[in-house]
Design a protein around this ligand. Structure first.
Ligand code: LMR
Length: 313
């Protein structure tokens, strides 16, 4: 009797955003390359838009091996690795290129390994982009945010950032952001252009201030046990594919965000508020004390390492 062919290893890759975003495209490219190079050995199933698991249950699902890959934003991993708070510090990085340089440094690479003791294995940083503030009223000066409620990801730094401008911060899962903005549970949010467009947030946020005040990037993660259970040759091939996909995601993320910025502005839904350097500096100065509050937890050395990637200053 002919031996039965071994069943392929299944990788369920779940995420919370749409397919046509930097992370969504990355997940699909990963699936495509695995299909080409590991046919019959590995099957990748992609579940976008919180369809399989979402913000509330995805980490437990990964640890229980119900899903094998996620790419949560760095803010959502703080609970497992507090030093990742460095990425949430407001106005720390000048631009996407600076963030990309930091992610290549040893200090950041070490953070990929920082959750090993919790069973989580960091594979790569995937970029989305810098966040913009949106609201149902114009935000030009920090005082304009006072009293408004902003949706945030689960990050104490982001909470402190909005407290610094006398605003309220409300933690909500990504899948609830659109309806919470529409229903008035919150009046504002902070997101990169790609997330604003793909969730149609601009249709319920008449003002967008181009603040570029913080980073929204991801860590591609798996669970230790699953990753180490694979045959070496399969794991090596997957690692090669991940490297290639990571380069593609990080090369194209800025262009996707530029495209989505253009689409939002062309839709006419929202008024764009561009800050003068002095106005931006006012936001920066008001939020800067947050760095000091979190310095002990993050480590002054890590904050310094992040600052050195900026060209100016
Ligand atoms: C958010 O919750 O705003 C983001 O983490 C969503 C995402 O994955 O980009």
């Amino acid at each position: 009797m002919a031996a039965k062919a071994a069943e392929p290893i299944v990788i369920k890759f779940a995420h919370v955003v749409a397919d046509d975003t930097p992370k969504g495209k990355g997940a699909l490219l990963f699936q495509k390359l695995v299909r080409q190079r590991l046919a019959g050995q590995v099957d990748v199933e992609v579940y976008p838009n919180s369809t399989l698991v979402g913000d509330a249950d995805e980490m437990q699902a990964l640890l229980d091996n119900k899903v094998q890959m996620l790419a949560p934003s760095l803010s959502k991993l703080i609970e497992y690795s507090p030093k990742l708070e460095v990425f949430d510090l407001p106005f720390l990085f000048d631009d996407d290129a600076a963030v990309a340089r930091f992610q290549k440094r040893e200090a950041s690479r070490e953070l990929l390994r920082s959750m090993a003791g919790r069973g989580i294995y960091g594979l790569a940083y995937w970029n989305n982009g810098l966040k913009q503030m949106t609201a149902n009223q114009p935000l030009r000066n920090p005082a304009d945010a006072a009293g408004l409620a902003f949706r945030i990801q689960p990050s104490p730094v982001l909470e402190a950032q909005f407290a610094a401008v006398d605003a309220k911060a409300v933690r909500l899962p990504f899948a609830k952001v659109y309806e919470s903005l529409k229903g008035g549970v919150v009046q504002g949010a902070e997101n990169p252009w790609s997330n604003i467009l793909s969730q149609n947030m601009h249709s319920v946020q008449p003002y967008i201030t181009e603040t570029n005040h913080g980073v929204l990037d991801y860590m591609l993660i798996t669970n230790n046990e699953f990753w180490l259970s694979m045959p070496f040759a399969v794991r090596s091939e997957l690692e090669g594919i991940i490297l290639e996909v990571t380069q593609a995601v990080n090369r194209e993320a800025a262009a996707v965000n530029r495209r989505d910025r253009d689409r939002i502005l062309a839709s006419g839904s929202s008024q764009l508020i561009t800050l003068t350097p002095e106005e931006r500096q006012a936001w920066r100065e008001q939020m800067l004390p947050v760095w000091k509050t979190y310095e002990a937890e993050i480590g002054a050395d890590l904050i310094r390492a992040a600052m050195t990637v900026n060209r100016r200053r």
